[in-house]
Write a protein that binds this ligand. Structure first.
Ligand SMILES: C[S@@+](CC[C@H](N)C(=O)[O-])C[C@H]1O[C@@H](n2cnc3c(N)ncnc32)[C@H](O)[C@@H]1O
Length: 247
């Protein structure tokens, strides 16, 4: 069984990962972005608040979770473990503006008026900060007012206990009432990036519901039946708010 510490994260190739997953924006990712947008907009009552502190855990080379948090936050922290991904994210948040590959996702977000009021490149550069962090080591960090974690807890280990610990670690960094979105590859057998195989834990909707339900109010797990490659059975998107009585 491949555990998290066994996988070659320092060799993770962000450009190859983007080519496989995001260069051509797939229907299912656009659907996830739409569902996140509507969830956050509903939680904040549709009026851009600009004062929340947001976190994306295991951000990797994916900007759409941070873009989905943009109108609601005055600071967004991208936590990531693999150094090549940290470098990629730092470049995206530098003054030059993020890569055009992310524009297709922004086009979905701006269908909501709260997002329309935001100039995404300027705001992303102003409020996004990148920090190297291990998901298993977040106890001493602050808590955040909203959060996302996409394709991380199940896509970093084959070990059931580490998957569960990863989900719990994410839920524990959220303040009471914090809106969250977490995406999972369903029944994934692992994935290959630039010839290197990365581990995955096979999870289905019930497994996500069981753990997240302990920490979440109004939990909805969307079971999205689109596949993007062989070796998985779709994607899961969990939306809800952090419960207040279980820290
Ligand atoms: C499948 S990728 C997902 C990346 C991105 N969130 C996305 O939506 O495409 C898994 C990510 O988990 C990160 N990761 C692996 N182990 C980690 C750990 N212990 N703590 C934090 N992140 C970790 C990897 O570096 C990688 O960026």
């Amino acid at each position: 069984m491949i555990r998290n510490a066994d996988a070659p994260w320092s060799a993770f190739a962000p450009d190859a990962y983007i080519d496989i997953n995001y260069r051509i924006s797939g229907e299912v990712d656009l659907e996830i972005v739409r569902l996140m947008r509507d969830h956050f907009s509903r939680c904040f009552g549709g009026a851009a608040a600009h004062s929340a502190r947001g976190v994306d855990v295991g951000a990797g080379p994916n900007l759409y979770p941070a873009l989905a948090m943009l109108p609601w936050c005055d600071k967004i922290t991208l936590l990531e473990y693999a150094l090549p991904n940290v470098a990629y994210l730092e470049r995206q948040a530098s003054g030059e503006g993020f890569d055009p590959v992310w524009d297709a996702f922004w086009e979905v977000l701006v269908k909501d008026p709260a997002y329309r009021a935001v100039e995404p490149r300027k705001r992303f550069g102003e409020i996004v900060r990148v920090e190297r962090a291990n998901l298993f080591d977040l106890e001493d960090w602050q808590r955040w007012d909203m959060g996302t974690m996409c394709f991380v807890a199940e896509s970093m280990t084959e070990c059931p206990a580490e998957f569960e610990r990863g989900v719990r670690a994410f839920m524990k960094v959220l303040e009471a009432g914090a809106p969250f979105a977490a995406a999972f590859m369903k029944e994934s057998e692992g994935y290959i990036v630039k010839g290197i195989r990365y581990p995955a834990f096979r999870v289905a909707a019930e497994g996500v519901r069981e753990i997240m339900g302990e920490y979440a109010d109004d939990l909805v797990v969307h079971d999205l039946h689109h596949t993007v490659r062989e070796g998985h059975e779709g994607m899961l998107l969990a939306l809800g708010r952090r419960k207040s009585n279980c820290f």
